[in-house]
Design a protein around this ligand. Structure first.
Ligand SMILES: C[S@@+](CC[C@H](N)C(=O)[O-])C[C@H]1O[C@@H](n2cnc3c(N)ncnc32)[C@H](O)[C@@H]1O
Length: 252
C-alpha cells in the first residue's frame, strides 16, 4: 500500500465540495452491473441493519435500502451528504469512520465502496472500527479499484497523483488489512467495468480543464504495456478502458 501526501482537512473539504457537484453524473457511480455485483456480494436480508461507510451521495445506501431493514449512510463530507436523499429507512450521519460513534456489535453488515483509498491516515484504524461495530457473524463488504496488472502500478499512481491524494491498493493489501482488522473467511472477486469512459470520468471530476487534458493525454500516450493492460480503445472523442474493481467480503 502506498500513501499519498498528508491530508489537510480544509483541503479535503474543498476537494469534496467541488467533487460533490457532479458526482452523481459520473457513469461509473451508477453503473448497474458494478452496483449489482457489489449489492449481491452482501447477501442482504430484510432483517439487516447496515452501515454504509463513506456513503457520499448515498448511491449504495439507496440501492440496498429496499432489501434491508435499515441503512445508515456515514460520511465525513457535508457537501457529499447534501446530495443524498433523506427518506424512508435511510438515515445519514456526518462522521469520520475513524472516530468511534457506535456501540460495539451493532450492525449486521457494513458496506464501503470506493472509500478506503481516500483514508490516507490511520487507514487500519478505520478497518478496525468497522470490525468493532459489526455483530459477531456480521459481514463487511468492501470495494476498491486496483491496477489491472501489478506491472502498471506506477502508471496508475502517476495518473491518480494528478487527480487526488489517495492510496493505491493491490488485492493483497486489501486482504491483509481486513485480516489484520480481525476479519475471517475473506473472499475476493473481481468486477471488470468494460469500456469505462475516461472522458466522462474527467468531465465530472471537478478538475480544471488543463489537468483533465494532462490526465487524458497520459492515457492515450501510455506505453504499449499500459494500453494493453487496460484494453484501451481510442474513439473519435473518447478513450475507453477496462477498469478493474475488486469486491471483498469478510466475516466477524
Ligand atoms: C468516492 S466517494 C464514494 C461514495 C460512495 N461510497 C459510492 O460508492 O458512490 C468516497 C467518500 O468517502 C468519504 N470518506 C473519505 N474518508 C472518510 C472517512 N474517514 N470517514 C467517512 N467518510 C469518508 C468521502 O467524503 C466521500 O464521500
Amino acid at each position: 500500500m502506498k500513501s499519498g501526501r498528508k491530508e489537510s482537512s480544509s483541503q479535503e473539504e474543498r476537494f469534496w465540495k467541488v467533487r460533490s457537484q457532479k458526482y452523481n453524473n459520473l457513469k461509473w457511480v451508477k453503473d448497474n452491473s458494478y452496483l449489482n455485483s457489489f449489492v449481491s456480494a452482501g447477501n442482504f436480508k430484510k432483517t439487516d441493519l447496515v452501515l454504509d461507510v463513506g456513503t457520499g451521495t448515498g448511491i449504495v445506501a439507496h440501492a440496498i435500502a429496499p432489501i434491508v431493514k435499515e441503512v445508515i449512510g456515514l460520511d465525513k463530507s457535508q457537501d457529499m451528504l447534501e446530495h443524498s436523499n433523506w427518506q424512508g429507512n435511510k438515515y445519514f450521519i456526518k462522521r469520520d469512520i475513524r472516530v468511534p460513534t457506535f456501540y460495539e456489535g451493532v450492525f449486521d453488515k457494513i458496506t464501503a465502496r470506493m472509500v478506503f483509498h481516500h483514508i490516507l491516515e490511520n487507514t487500519q484504524k478505520a478497518m478496525n472500527e468497522c470490525y468493532r461495530i459489526l455483530k459477531k457473524g456480521g459481514k463487511m463488504i468492501l470495494s476498491e479499484g486496483v491496477p489491472p496488472v501489478p506491472g502498471v502500478r506506477q502508471d496508475y499512481v502517476k495518473i491518480f497523483r494528478l487527480k487526488e491524494k489517495r492510496l493505491t491498493f493491490l488485492e493483497d493489501d486489501l486482504t491483509r488489512m481486513m485480516k489484520k482488522g480481525g476479519f475471517k473467511k475473506i473472499t475476493l472477486h473481481t468486477h471488470m467495468m468494460r469500456n469505462f469512459s475516461v472522458r466522462d470520468w474527467l468531465n465530472n471530476s471537478g478538475l480544471p480543464k488543463s489537468r483533465q487534458k494532462k490526465i487524458y493525454d497520459m492515457h492515450v500516450n501510455g506505453s504499449d504495456v499500459f494500453r494493453k493492460a487496460y484494453n484501451m480503445k481510442i474513439t473519435k472523442d473518447d478513450c475507453l478502458i477496462d477498469v478493474k474493481n475488486v469486491i471483498l467480503v469478510g466475516e466477524k
